[in-house]
Design a protein. Structure first.
Length: 301
């Protein structure tokens, strides 16, 4: 849809098509999901899982075409490593600013690496269509416990870690890209101030979730995809995206080696390794912060 159309009109056509795509593919995935439990052998269950992921990847490919068709004004400035493959296992991390980030990541990686799976809050399983669909696709749903609840119920300590490990065990048989927003929440100036973050453009990273994921998957992970997302026009809302107000998106993807000890050492109980891993994560985040500053400087020049 040409960019000169009024923003509300763009959203009026774009959103129903996007939602329709969700309903069609999510329904197919949810309807076929029970077959995985009915199959008599491990190989047949893996085959059904592969079919569900194929449908999800096709869904994302259609989303990409919908975005290109309705939002052609977006200029995509994307830099990628040369050696991406769909038969590898990747851990993907990124800075998090907006719900638009999720659409950007699927746009960038669909057809290039295995289907992205995000760590999600358990409450999202109740989302119409999407919740059951993400459950069928083995998205890891996380149940977080507050400090107060853990004090009252110490038996719950470590349960979220067990959930992470059980979820990641399912990824051993089919190539996958596990996505983790290390900040744990979207960046806002208020959160940045409350955290007293040492970074100019980022919140503090939470290394524990990434460490547990790597521990659970062992040496299955081939490498780390470190993604930096920048919106030159300012951080957009989803409605900015739907109305065609985003003019440019810049994405930088760096392929990084994962520390060997991350597959075998105990992050929770090994204080030395925990400090090493946190220092490595902090160094990644410092480099990302500098890259965001450079991308911002490019906009002003």
């Amino acid at each position: 849809m040409p960019g000169f159309f009024p923003a509300p009109l763009i959203a009026l056509f774009f959103l129903p098509v996007l939602v329709g795509n969700v309903v069609i593919f999510a329904s197919l995935i949810v309807v076929l999901m029970p077959l995985r439990f009915l199959m008599p052998t491990h190989d047949s269950r893996v085959a059904i899982t592969a079919l569900l992921i194929f449908l999800a990847s096709t869904w994302c490919e259609f989303n990409k075409r919908i975005i290109n068709g309705f939002l052609p004004q977006i200029e995509w400035d994307i830099q990628l490593p040369p050696s991406l493959a769909q038969d590898s296992w990747y851990l993907v991390i990124a800075n998090h600013q907006s719900w638009v980030d999720i659409h950007v990541l699927f746009y960038v990686f669909t057809g290039r690496i295995p289907f992205l799976k995000y760590f999600l809050k358990q409450e999202l399983i109740w989302l119409p269509f999407l919740g059951p669909c993400m459950y069928a696709l083995d998205f890891p749903f996380m149940k977080r416990y507050s400090k107060e609840k853990l004090e009252k119920h110490p038996e719950l300590k470590g349960k979220d870690v067990e959930t992470t490990r059980r979820s990641c065990e399912k990824f051993r048989h089919t190539p996958v890209s596990v996505m983790n927003f290390l900040e744990g929440t979207r960046f806002t100036p208020r959160k940045h101030q409350q955290q007293e973050s040492p970074y100019q453009h980022l919140l503090k990273p939470k290394a524990g979730g990434m460490a547990f994921t790597l521990s659970a998957l062992g040496d299955r992970m081939d490498c780390l995809m470190d993604v930096t997302i920048y919106y030159p026009g300012g951080i957009p809302t989803f409605m900015d995206f739907a109305c065609g107000r985003i003019r440019e998106v810049r994405v930088r993807v760096r392929q990084r080696e994962i520390p060997a000890g991350a597959f075998s050492r105990d992050y929770e109980n090994d204080a030395g390794f925990r400090a090493e891993f946190q220092n490595w994560t902090a160094a990644l985040w410092a480099e990302k912060d500098a890259e965001l500053a450079q991308l911002r400087a490019m906009e002003k020049s």
